[in-house]
Design a protein around this ligand. Structure first.
Ligand SMILES: C[S@@+](CC[C@H](N)C(=O)[O-])C[C@H]1O[C@@H](n2cnc3c(N)ncnc32)[C@H](O)[C@@H]1O
Length: 210
């Protein structure tokens, strides 16, 4: 079993789904963990590049997996229940999601700009059904979505509408507040005002959460 908390958490989120599509699978480690724990029956490992896909092929040898060279969802023609898009920038995830089928669940783990991803989800008829934050040398935010409707406030964009209800988010919010506080002396004008506002979002949550 892998010791990597991020991979383990992503694999755990596949529990109960039959066929999982892993977009940008790289070495196929999330699927490997999901198979080892018997969370899933079959999978589609996909990547835009041949080299990582071949690495996934080697790591997942013997498991019921189809390997597909694909740009996001574009070349995926097989059925699946859950798609994972993880370990990428928020902008790439947004681009990939513009071609997402409407009747699935998606596990998204962006490496940055979670507020931009949430804004995109809000504006493109997705609904956040769960959020997690885990620490594995860095903080990782995982957002689980399906098609639906939500109306996020600006505070929700930064804190996460579900994440803000979770006690484990508190240390993450403290980390984010400190991160924004280091930016503050380097900016001025409207950018400074915006950063002050964001710091307050994180501050309020860490003051009121138990
Ligand atoms: C940093 S790795 C992340 C690997 C894995 N998903 C994880 O969470 O550890 C990103 C992978 O996404 C692939 N990728 C980048 N753009 C893609 C796209 N448009 N469609 C499919 N895969 C893509 C890259 O080739 C690379 O293997």
């Amino acid at each position: 079993m892998v010791k990597n908390n991020r991979i383990q958490t992503l694999a755990e989120l596949t529990k109960g789904y039959h066929t999982v599509l892993d977009i940008g699978t790289d070495h196929g480690l999330v699927l490997l963990e999901a198979f080892k724990k018997n969370f899933i029956q079959t999978a589609i490992a996909s990547d835009i590049r041949e080299k990582p896909l071949n690495q996934a092929r080697r790591n997942l040898e013997g498991y019921p997996v189809s390997f597909v060279l694909s740009d996001g969802f574009l070349q995926i023609n097989q059925p699946f229940d859950l798609a994972i898009i993880s370990g990428m920038g928020a902008r790439l995830i947004r681009k990939i999601l513009t071609h997402a089928p409407k009747d699935k669940t998606f596990v998204l783990q962006a490496n940055d700009k979670h507020e931009e991803l949430r804004r995109f989800l809000n504006d493109h008829h997705f609904e956040i059904i769960d959020e997690r934050v885990i620490f594995d040398q860095f903080y990782y935010v995982i957002i689980i979505v399906k098609y639906g409707k939500m109306d996020l406030t600006e505070t929700d964009l930064y804190l996460g509408p579900i994440l803000r209800t979770k006690p484990e988010a508190k240390s993450y919010y403290e980390f984010k507040r400190r991160q924004y506080e280091t930016i503050l002396p380097k900016v001025s004008g409207t950018r400074k005002k915006q950063i002050e506002k964001i710091i307050n979002f994180f501050k309020q949550e860490t003051n009121t959460s138990t």
